[in-house]
Design a protein around this ligand. Structure first.
Ligand code: CP
Ligand code: NVA
Length: 298
């Protein structure tokens, strides 16, 4: 069993991992030896603060060990991905990787005899969204029927949110410029459930929303488009005026890192409605649960 994209996981599996994360978070001591003697390989083509640290700390808390591998310092730069992965799988029990191209994580999963976790690629960020669903469940109780509005770039986080929300019965409304829509694969999943809508207008998306979510306008790997994107996206900034159009008790979420004054203002990010640091903490709890689930499915 792998976690390459949420499309591959059933609603039952998503609920199971969230419930396990709640149990692990409530009683970490009970799981402190669950992955004793196990090793996680963490392979990074891109930079990271939260993903790397939360996986490494999470593995420590489960009694296991994590190895950080900066792609550029490995011989993935010399050999074929599939050959290098087969070697990692001989030493390690789980492989986690953050890559530029989705095809690379697929190749890693196909070559590995051990479970593989996608720690972000150009198209998806499944660990982020499972952690986000855990956070929303903690804050709002039931996930069903809640409305999440995503405003900004139709990127990896947005794609995974559409799939994750659709699978748990949440309504997802996405506002992006028309040339920056989410991926067709994500939109198709959303449309199937009838709980997904796209609009060009941020005000329309946030109307009656329980959650307002945004992410950077320039994802890792898109740096050369930064100038153009910074001209297109300012109408999609999440600021107090936009937040006022959502429900009065709406929460603000961002996967971080945030670009203050761009996709979100200081006043929103630092407001009482903002739950971004609880959201960041939950990355660790959900990833502990993901690793436990993948290990027990072996
Ligand atoms: N949200 C997230 O994945 O953060 P990092 O890029 O710092 O890991
Ligand atoms: N969309 C962002 C998310 C960072 C966690 C990126 O891919 O850079």
């Amino acid at each position: 069993m792998n976690l390459v994209k949420l499309i591959d996981w059933s609603t039952g599996q998503i609920s199971e991992v969230i419930d396990l994360a709640i149990a692990v978070k409530e009683n970490p001591q009970q799981y402190s030896k669950s992955l004793e003697g196990k090793t996680l390989a963490m392979l990074f083509q891109k930079t990271s603060t939260r993903t790397r640290t939360s996986f490494e700390a999470g593995m420590t808390q489960l009694g296991g060990h994590a190895i950080f591998l900066d792609w550029r310092a490995t011989n993935f730069t010399l050999g074929k991905i599939r050959d290098e992965v087969k070697c990692l799988a001989r030493y390690c029990d789980i492989i986690m990787a953050r890559v530029f191209k989705h095809e690379d994580i697929v190749e890693i999963a196909n070559a590995s005899s051990k479970p593989v976790i996608n720690a972000l690629c150009n198209l998806w960020h499944p660990c982020q969204i499972l952690g986000d669903l855990l956070t929303i469940k903690e804050k709002k109780g039931d996930l069903n029927e809640l409305k999440l509005a995503y405003v900004g770039d139709g990127n990896n986080v947005c794609n995974s949110l559409i799939v994750g929300c659709s699978k748990v019965g949440m309504k997802a409304v996405v506002a992006t410029p028309k040339d920056y829509r989410p991926s067709p694969e994500a939109e198709a999943v959303g449309k199937q459930t009838g709980n997904y809508a796209w609009t060009e207008k941020p005000e329309e998306a946030v109307k009656d929303a329980d959650i307002v979510y945004t992410d950077t306008w320039v994802s890792m790997g898109q740096e050369e488009e930064a100038k153009k994107r910074e001209q297109v996206f300012p109408p999609y900034q999440v600021n107090e005026k936009l937040m006022q159009k959502a429900k009065q008790d709406a929460l603000f979420m961002h996967c971080l890192p945030a670009h203050r004054g761009k996709e979100v203002t200081d006043r929103v990010l630092d407001s009482l409605q903002s739950i971004v640091f609880d959201q960041a903490e939950n990355r660790m709890h959900i990833q502990k649960a993901i690793m436990l689930m993948l290990e027990s499915a072996k």
